[in-house]
Design a protein around this ligand. Structure first.
Ligand code: HEC
Length: 172
């Protein structure tokens, strides 16, 4: 599992990275939850609506992922090649949703909100340009949670699960 970008690409990724790390550190969690519309569930890293043990939800998510996400994030969630390097247009490629990426570093509420609203504040600085579409108009909330449940059903390594448990504990 690669947790850090290779030497040389750190400066290019730093702004949004630092921004999201700041979010993860807690400052903006309540803002995120308010925007994501899930204030009742607390600031947990894992949300029951994206429960990877829910077989029917996971099955629904598999089809939705293939239809709406695989073209960019890869059929096996492997992301686009050289995903840490900016494209000629200055934007970032689609990162993996497997354990080699960093999606698993984000609480479910953040994953949900990025999928629904795209990279807009508070998930990115104002004016941030990104190729990640906002799916709010195309997928229902339930469909977005199902896709996330499917993605999460592949996060099985001890290290990733321990990190997510820790995140959930810290968020309480
Ligand atoms: C047209 C290409 C495209 C499609 C289709 C797409 N994405 Fe993305 N996605 C991206 C790009 C590019 C990024 C990285 C954007 C950035 O960092 O500026 C991204 C980033 C993300 C992130 C943040 C990951 C992280 O580690 O920070 C999530 C979550 C995400 N996408 C979920 C989804 C889901 C779920 C779907 C399907 C419903 C989807 N995406 C479909 C291009 C796409």
């Amino acid at each position: 599992m690669k947790r850090h970008p290779p030497r040389g690409s750190i400066s290019t990724r730093a702004p949004r990275r630092r921004f999201l790390q700041g979010l993860a550190a807690g400052g903006a969690v309540s803002v995120v939850l308010a925007l994501a519309g899930c204030g009742n569930s607390g600031a947990a890293g894992d949300d029951p609506r994206a429960d990877p043990r829910d077989a029917s939800r996971v099955a629904a998510g598999a089809g939705l992922y293939a239809q709406h996400c695989a073209s960019c994030h890869g059929v096996r969630r492997e992301g686009q090649p050289d995903w840490r390097q900016r494209l000629p247009n200055g934007r970032l490629p689609a990162p993996p949703h497997d354990e080699s990426g960093h999606s698993w570093h984000h609480p479910d509420a953040v994953l949900f909100a990025i999928t629904k609203y795209g990279f807009v504040p508070p998930y990115a600085p104002p004016g941030y340009a990104s190729d990640m579409p906002a799916f709010g108009g195309r997928l229902s909330d339930a469909e977005i949670w199902a896709v996330l449940a499917w993605i999460k059903s592949h996060w099985t390594s001890g290290e990733v699960l321990a990190a997510r448990r820790e995140m959930t504990r810290n968020a309480r």
